[in-house]
Design a protein around this ligand. Sequence first.
Ligand SMILES: NC(=O)c1ccc[n+]([C@@H]2O[C@H](COP(=O)([O-])OP(=O)(O)OC[C@H]3O[C@@H](n4cnc5c(N)ncnc54)[C@H](OP(=O)(O)O)[C@@H]3O)[C@@H](O)[C@H]2O)c1
Length: 246
Amino acid sequence: MAGAIIKGLKSSDFELMLSERDAETSQAVATELGIAAATSHQDLIDQADLVVLGVKPQFLESALAGLEMTKPVLSMAAGVTLERLAALTSSDIPLIRIMPNLNAQILKSTTAICFNSLVSDDMKIVAKRITDSFGSTFEIAEKDFNTFTALAGSSPAYIALFIEALAKSGVKYGFAKDLALDIVNQTVLATAENLLTGSDSPHTFIDKVSSPGGTTVAGVLDLEKTGLTASVVSSIDVTIDKANNL
Ligand SMILES: NC(=O)c1ccc[n+]([C@@H]2O[C@H](COP(=O)([O-])OP(=O)(O)OC[C@H]3O[C@@H](n4cnc5c(N)ncnc54)[C@H](OP(=O)(O)O)[C@@H]3O)[C@@H](O)[C@H]2O)c1
């Protein structure tokens, strides 16, 4: 995820520096990504204006142990609250929490952002410039982060599952898998774009595709007979519940 974010930031005017597990790895990864390397985490903190944390949540505590965190911090760690982040870093620094998704790989992440009370308006603008560099940004209350995680963080996997199921149906009726996937991906992409840029709600859109007595309405009713809406809502319930209990 940090690599995807660096890719986005490289097209901006931010100066970037990274610190990996050790100086040798930092230098190798930094050379690969075309940015500067710090000699240690503390060296990076001392030189930076803002520290971005990209390690997995379970390694955050050990990665931060013994460091003097004197600079504002931006964390992407799933499930790690601003309160927990303050306990791991320092209680008197500006803290920014984000939740990106894997579409950051193509600079199209849907990213949530929230701030502690020490983040100034100017710093909020800088933080949003950072997240906008790899997608779109939604400022939401921290209490809604787990809902956002389900709707935007995890949902790319659910959407991919739907795409895979449609493509498999194409294979069942004789299409090669690659061709079926291409057809379905193009259709899903265009449908999302149509809903995003057009004036139709999903409801109106479904009605427009469903000619009276036609094929689509038969398929839509069958999807509901097997409980598509209930199934999706149930999976979101389970995702939020899991995030609440991490
Ligand atoms: N993946 C997603 O879709 C996604 C979505 C939202 C948020 N996030 C968040 O993004 C963060 C990174 O997740 P990820 O999936 O990108 O994990 P990842 O692929 O494991 O990347 C973590 C990176 O941190 C490095 N690292 C581990 N310990 C370190 C240390 N002590 N000092 C410096 N670097 C260290 C790892 O190096 P090694 O390879 O040597 O271990 C690796 O390059 C997590 O907090 C996660 O919650 C991820």
